[in-house]
Design a protein around this ligand. Structure first.
Ligand SMILES: *Cc1c(COP(=O)(O)O)cnc(C)c1O
Ligand code: SF4
Length: 341
């Protein structure tokens, strides 16, 4: 696991850049600090040490302040505080649950579905989610230099069926704006690519990431811009996040959300309804609710599929159709995400 290695590469500590980079430098990096800041019993940090061994704690302060003080069951805390259960070996949970290795077109380019190619832009993230399906992804094999990017993009340029490029990671918005602008320019130069999609948690974790420069590079080209944010709970979406969403919307970016169904975080009809309501209020359409990918270390987050189906069915009776996300699962080898109804 090398999320932190590549982190130091894209966010150089000596670089006095925009405030979002300072926020990342000041992030909480240990369970002990997390427990201290949130007034939680130190025993929790002891239990966390085990789980954090191969995937360290990383929580930016903008997110930290949305976590309820002194509540070990807080749905936001549960996403970021390691627990001893991460060490459990559970049958069916593996290191590459979604078949990323076999879908690799070329170092750093994944293609699973028609018309869309996904670029692994960086291994770095603005938060370490304990349920992350890419926590064991071999990021060191992805391109890090401009020449390596050119090679990755060349494979997209030769396939005219690819209409959309998806920037993923890690989190693509961990890259500095100049690098993103360089990458986008090259993508926009490929005639058959018409859409650029970004999958990111950064506008939620660190809303100040939505800089003027980011809006410029994202929208100053002829590509249709889509951003898929990743919020799992209404409590993640405070007024700062709403302001960041409003800026993106004004810039003409289509905003969607994907969530993961997580035990103890959002596994109730009320939690899902509150999330959808909050998203719609911010102009973000609930796109997908993912069944948990069965990655080693995340078994304690799994909600059985039958239960998930019941939650979504109940949601449908409460909310307008556009506010109900599609409940989906990623199945290695399938031609699209599989819809669970
Ligand atoms: C999920 C995913 C996509 C996007 O799928 P949509 O259904 O279009 O959201 C594209 N490529 C890969 C490799 C994916 O895992
Ligand atoms: S932001 Fe996404 S890729 Fe990064 S740790 Fe969280 S789930 Fe994983």
């Amino acid at each position: 696991m090398n999320i932190l290695t590549s982190f130091s590469e894209s966010v150089r500590p000596e670089f006095a850049g925009p405030s979002w980079q300072a926020e990342l430098r000041n992030a909480v990096r240990s369970a002990a600090e997390l427990c201290r800041e949130l007034d939680l019993p130190p025993e929790l940090a002891v239990a966390a040490a085990d789980g954090a061994e191969d995937f360290a704690v990383f929580v930016p302060r903008a997110y930290l302040k949305r976590i309820q003080q002194g509540d070990p069951g807080d749905p936001l805390l549960r996403q970021v505080l390691p627990v001893g259960e991460e060490k459990a070996v559970v049958e069916g949970f593996s290191r590459d649950p979604v078949g990323d290795t076999s879908a690799t077109l070329q170092a750093g380019v994944l293609q699973k579905y028609a018309g869309r190619a996904l670029l692994i832009t960086t291994g770095a993230c603005a938060v370490h989610c304990r349920y992350c399906f890419r926590r064991h992804y071999p990021y060191e094999e992805s391109p890090h230099s401009e020449a390596a990017w050119d090679q990755a993009l060349a494979s997209i340029a030769t396939d005219e069926t690819i209409r959309e490029v998806i920037l993923s990671g890690g989190d693509p918005l961990m890259l500095v704006d100049e690098r993103l602008a360089m990458l986008t320019k090259k993508i926009a130069a490929i005639a058959h690519v018409t859409r650029l999609r970004i999958h990111t948690r950064l506008p939620i974790m660190v809303p100040s990431r939505v800089t003027d420069e980011l809006l410029d590079w994202f929208t100053n080209n002829q590509l249709t811009s889509v951003m898929v944010i990743h919020a799992n709970h209404a409590q993640e979406l405070d007024s700062e996040v709403a302001a960041a969403m409003a800026r993106l919307q004004q810039a003409g970016v289509m905003l969607l959300n994907q969530a993961v169904l997580l035990r103890g975080v959002n596994d109730s009809v009320d939690a899902q309804a509150a999330l959808s309501d909050r998203l719609i209020a911010m102009g973000v359409v609930p796109y997908y609710l993912h069944q948990l990918d069965r990655v080693a270390g995340a078994a304690h987050f799994e909600v059985p599929m039958d239960e998930g189906k019941q939650i979504v069915a109940a949601l449908r009776t409460r909310l307008p159709g556009y506010a109900v996300p599609k409940y989906v699962q990623e199945v290695a080898g399938e031609l699209s995400k599989v819809i669970l109804t």
